[in-house]
Write a protein that binds this ligand. Structure first.
Ligand SMILES: [Zn+2]
Length: 364
C-alpha cells in the first residue's frame, strides 16, 4: 500500500454525494455513485476508511464507470494504490465488472467474494448459456426470443472480470473493513453469491442488492452452483434470506443502489407483502386455466423486452417455484404438439389460497 490514508474525518465529497436526504453515513464510510449503462441506473461503491481501507464493490466495466470511480476516490484524497482490499457483494457486472480495470491500476489490492461467485470471475460465461437455453425454452419463450436473450446474456458475460478473488467468503466469516469487524451474511436470492456485511455493535449493514430502497430486487434465475444439481429455487431462497435480515436490529442499511435507509425490517415487510400479493395473483390466474411462465410474464409485464424480459420471466418463475413448493401449483410438459416445443405448463392444485409463506429455502 502506498500513499497517506485519510483518517476518520468525514470527506466533504460525501455531503454532496450521499447524505442530503435520509440517514447520515457513519463518519468512516463514503458512498460513490458510479454510472452504469443498465436500467437500474447508478451503482454505489463504498469506501470504508480506517486501517484496512476497503472498497465495497467496484462498479461496471465501462469507461464512464472507471472514470467516475477514480474521480470519486480523488475527491476523497485517495488513489487506487491506497485501497488495501475490495469486497465484492455479488458477481453482477454493475458491481464487479470493473475489477480488472481497477486491478490494472493497483494489482496489489486483495479481493474477497462469496465462494458461489467463482463461476463469475474468469469463468466461462458460455457454459451458462446451455442452462439458460433449457430454462428459457421451458418458460415457453418463443425460439427467436430465446436466441435474442442468449445473445444478451452472452454480452453481459463478456463484461465479467478475469481476475480471481484472493479469498472466498462464506456465511459467518468475520472481515475487517476499515477499523470495524463485519460479519458476512450469505443472503442468496438476487444472486446465489449475494452477501450482506453486518457490523453488529452499530447495527450497520451493507445490504448490497439484497434489500434496495427504491426497487424490489429480482431473484434472478441462475444455474446451479454445482454441475448436475437442479435449478436453484431463487425466490424461495430470497424470501428466507429477507426474513433473516429483517430479524436483525439493523439501524442503517447501505444498499447497492440508491440512498442509505434506516428501517430495514419495514422495507422487508413491504417487499414480503408485495410477493404475497403476486403469489395470490398468479394462483388466481392459474385457477382460471393452465399457463406457461412466458404467458404469465406477458400478462404481468407487458412492456418488458430484451434483458428486461429475462427478469420478468425470472420474477414469474420464482413465484411459481414458491407456489410449487407449497404444493399450490404443479408443472408438467405441454401437451404433445403444443407450442412452443419443450415448454412447461403450470396449473393450480385444488383451490387453496397462497399465503406468501415460503418453506425453508435450499438449492436443489
Ligand atoms: Zn446491482
Amino acid at each position: 500500500m502506498t500513499g497517506a490514508k485519510p483518517d476518520g474525518a468525514v470527506p466533504a465529497a460525501e455531503e454532496r454525494r450521499g447524505s442530503a436526504r435520509g440517514p447520515r453515513l457513519p463518519d468512516h464510510v463514503a458512498r460513490l455513485e458510479v454510472p452504469t449503462p443498465y436500467p437500474v441506473g447508478p451503482v454505489n461503491v463504498y469506501v470504508v476508511f480506517g486501517r484496512r481501507l476497503t472498497l465495497v464493490d467496484v462498479g461496471p466495466n465501462t469507461d464512464d464507470g472507471e472514470a467516475a470511480l477514480l474521480d470519486g476516490l480523488r475527491e476523497l484524497g485517495l488513489a487506487p494504490a491506497d485501497i488495501e482490499q475490495i469486497v465484492i457483494t455479488h458477481p453482477h457486472v454493475d458491481h464487479h465488472g470493473g475489477l480488472d480495470r481497477f486491478l490494472r491500476r493497483h494489482p496489489g489490492a486483495k479481493v474477497f467474494a462469496h465462494w458461489a461467485a467463482a463461476p463469475f470471475f474468469g469463468g466461462e460465461p458460455a457454459a451458462r448459456l446451455g442452462f439458460y437455453e433449457r430454462w428459457l425454452t421451458q418458460t415457453g419463450l418463443p425460439a427467436p426470443l430465446v436466441q435474442a436473450s442468449l445473445r444478451g446474456l452472452a454480452g453481459l458475460g463478456m463484461l465479467e472480470p478475469k481476475a480471481k478473488p484472493h479469498r472466498w467468503l462464506q456465511d459467518g466469516d468475520l472481515l475487517i473493513m476499515g477499523d470495524w469487524v463485519w460479519r458476512v451474511l450469505h443472503t442468496p436470492g438476487h444472486s446465489g453469491a449475494q452477501v450482506c456485511l453486518y457490523h453488529e455493535p452499530s447495527g450497520t449493514m451493507f445490504t448490497a442488492d439484497h434489500v434496495l430502497p427504491d426497487v424490489s430486487s429480482n431473484a434472478i434465475i441462475e444455474p446451479p452452483p454445482a454441475a448436475g444439481a437442479g435449478r436453484p429455487r431463487t425466490l424461495v431462497q430470497y424470501l428466507d434470506a429477507l426474513r433473516r435480515v429483517a430479524a436483525l436490529p439493523v439501524r442503517l442499511a447501505l444498499p447497492g443502489h440508491g440512498r442509505p435507509f434506516a428501517d430495514v425490517a419495514a422495507l422487508v415487510h413491504q417487499r414480503l407483502d408485495m410477493h404475497g400479493r403476486r403469489l395470490q395473483h398468479l394462483l388466481r390466474r392459474l385457477q382460471d386455466g393452465p399457463a406457461t411462465v412466458f404467458e404469465l410474464a406477458r400478462a404481468m409485464f407487458a412492456e418488458a423486452s430484451g434483458q428486461q424480459l429475462v427478469l420478468a420471466l425470472s420474477e414469474v418463475q420464482g413465484h411459481l417455484d414458491v407456489l410449487e413448493a407449497l404444493e399450490k401449483v404443479r408443472s408438467g410438459p405441454a401437451p404433445a404438439g403444443g407450442d412452443p416445443a419443450g415448454a412447461l405448463v403450470y396449473s393450480a392444485v385444488g383451490s387453496g389460497e397462497a399465503d406468501g409463506a415460503a418453506p425453508a429455502g435450499r438449492a436443489e
